[in-house]
Design a binder for this molecule. Sequence first.
Ligand code: S3P
Length: 445
Amino acid sequence: MLATVRAPRRLEGEVRVPGDKSISHRALILNAVADGVARVRGLSPGADVLSTAGCLRALGVEVDGEVVAGRGLRGLREPSGPLDCGNSGTTMRLLAGLLAAAPFPVTLVGDASLSRRPMDRVVEPLRTMGARAATGPLRVGGEVRLRGIDYVLPVASAQVKSALLLAGLFASGRTRLRQPAPTRDHTERMLAAMGAPVEVDGLTVSIRGPVGRLDPLDVAVPGDLSAAAFWLVAAGLHPSACVRVPAVGVNPTRAALLEVLTRIGVRVHRRDGRTQGGEPVADLEVGTARAARAFTVSGAEVAALIDELPVLAVAATVLPGSTRITGAGELRVKESDRIRAMAVGLAAMGAEVQELPDGWEIRGPRRLHGARVDSFGDHRVAMALAIAGLLAEGTTEIEGAECVAISYPGFWEALESLARPFRPPHGLETAEGGSGGSRSASETA
Ligand code: S3P
């Protein structure tokens, strides 16, 4: 599918983003092995989370809309074939950990993109725990006894940390994980809320197993900050914009984007801060930045905005000065090689972007122009390039636009609604906005 995007005269309105993808996966997986029934409201409708639900059903778990009927930690059933994780790295890695101690063998498969992604990072430590685990395709499970390990994670990865914590539920003794930098802590929060003996001490997370049971946990999933990121960047950098995104998760291990936006000169207003499902949530509002400037991102901050880097690269193209984003080599092993994909797409639109082994150097400001660009089948690349289209002159066409459904099925409709504000009441037009003058938005064919 090809999406067509043109710059609107104004970006304005409120947009509700889907439920957080990371929290949705965890709410399904952990409740699937809890002792009882839980309700998960606001689950992500994205294809990745549907992959998790499908795998859990294949393991005998009843997932009916919002309701998950937990089978207990030792109640999963042997699936009749390989588990299909689709495009979802989180599904594959977390389930590999959960099933490492299953009394039956399991094979986990995925699409072409997922089949290329590194799984050694979970297989090796699982083996050290005593698991029978192998790659190509990923296999775990069979009659084994796991033991806790002390492990220093070589990469800052919440998926690896979570996989090992899930295996740690079944291991005898303590599983202690030391991270090189903080990564999203949704698994720790949820496990603790379900009564598991999890301890967090700085960068170290431990669980003492084997754990007898998990209490079911009703979860109200916050809006996905990684989805909101597209609108926050677009609104901050579009010359005439005001966008509100209600009920977004602002967990500090995920919220570095908001700090970077502040450094750039974009003011993000957080309103009505509250806690929802054990996670901090706020309503976010952004308007056009008055004086924006280039920025740097490196080191520990990278893990706290890893999924937002493609859209931050878009921001850098229109900001005055030289932006350097480094320490983000992990982007090369996401759903696509995001460093390359964004460099190719942005260069085609007139950006001055240099690919680095672990990031980009981008000089601005450049007036981007529309071009035909490739999503590389990667949802975040497709959406980031769409935001570039909102800031560019002329028409941008994005190939493979349907992949946004991996995390954000309503993305194109949301873009359309922001770029074409509703007609004000009584047919009045405001000086800036109104529906009459706005050319643009997106079409998909
Ligand atoms: C995720 C962790 C991150 C992130 C991914 C979701 C998670 O991956 O990029 O989109 O839900 O744990 P890594 O753990 O590989 O860094």
